[in-house]
Design a protein around this ligand. Structure first.
Ligand SMILES: [Mg+2]
Length: 272
């Protein structure tokens, strides 16, 4: 059976407090030896995803910016497939709206409601370093967005309803994962991206078994689109609450990458 692993990065493969991944390296090595594709399915940008692909030695397709686009390395699949654009070394299937449109919508919402919305595009690199506890290098990568805008919503929780309504009125969607809110195109979805890629893997390999690992709300569409969904424990000791339809959801006992290892060993490597 060909396994395909879809994985969130922040708080899942990457440690929730310091973005480290060292503990997962031996298991990533095992996946490489077993030829199991490791598909990032993340809120991160193209530039950030490329950083982690390089660091972890992963050469598989990846889904960026919460399903804004799928990047498929040239020659990865042996057949032609329909895609939107060519970008660098990739064929890209774009699902989301462009960054400029999203920035404009946020500016309008701010002007119309007075809500305190601070986008990554409103912050300097230094401010983002301070806010997100990122290195300068990583903050630059995080600002390099193509299909979504992340922002801080500096308001009480009861104001969230106004925000949601306004974003929908503008024709866009909102997700909330970890510290930040994200605005993106309605077509963008981790779930849709996972389904499209799963079809491509099926065309290449025949039957495939898909596993998805995440930790927060923006992972739900991905978890709904795989055969074996799993969540890792979060820093506060809780697990993501999921729609009851996901009956076979596995809750890893470990936090972040420790839980990630547990899921991979249990469902792919057959070690526990
Ligand atoms: Mg996460």
């Amino acid at each position: 059976m060909k396994f395909v692993l879809f994985t969130d990065l922040d708080g899942t493969l990457l440690d929730p407090s310091d973005y480290s991944y060292d503990v997962a390296l031996p298991v990533l090595g095992a996946l490489k030896r077993e030829d199991v594709p490791v598909v990032f399915c993340t809120a991160k940008t193209l530039a950030e995803s490329e950083y982690y692909r390089e660091e972890l030695g992963i050469k598989d397709p990846f889904i960026v910016e919460n399903g804004g686009a799928i990047f498929i390395p040239h020659g990865y699949f042996s057949f032609e497939f329909s895609h939107t654009v060519e970008m660098g070394d990739y064929s890209v299937i774009e699902l989301g709206a462009r960054y400029e449109e999203l920035r404009r919508a946020l500016e309008e919402i701010r002007a119309e409601t007075g809500l305190k919305i601070i986008g990554f595009g409103d912050m300097s690199v230094d401010e983002l370093v301070e806010e997100a506890k990122l290195s300068r290098e990583k903050a630059k990568l995080a600002k390099d967005k193509l299909y979504n805008e992340s922002f801080i919503f500096d308001e009480s929780e009861d104001k969230e309803a106004i925000l949601i309504e306004k974003v929908e009125e503008k024709g866009f969607s909102l997700t909330h994962g970890g510290r930040y809110y994200n605005i993106h195109g309605r077509g963008a979805s981790k779930g849709k991206a996972v389904r499209i890629l799963t079809e491509l893997f099926r065309e290449e390999y025949g039957a495939v078994k898909t596993i998805g690992i995440g930790d927060s709300r923006n992972d739900i569409p991905m978890l709904e689109a795989v055969e074996q969904p799993a969540v890792v424990k979060r820093r506060d000791g809780t697990w993501l609450e999921l729609p009851s339809a996901l009956r076979n959801l596995y809750k890893a006992k470990g936090e972040g990458p420790e839980g990630w290892i547990e899921v991979v060993e249990k469902f792919i490597l057959g070690l526990s």
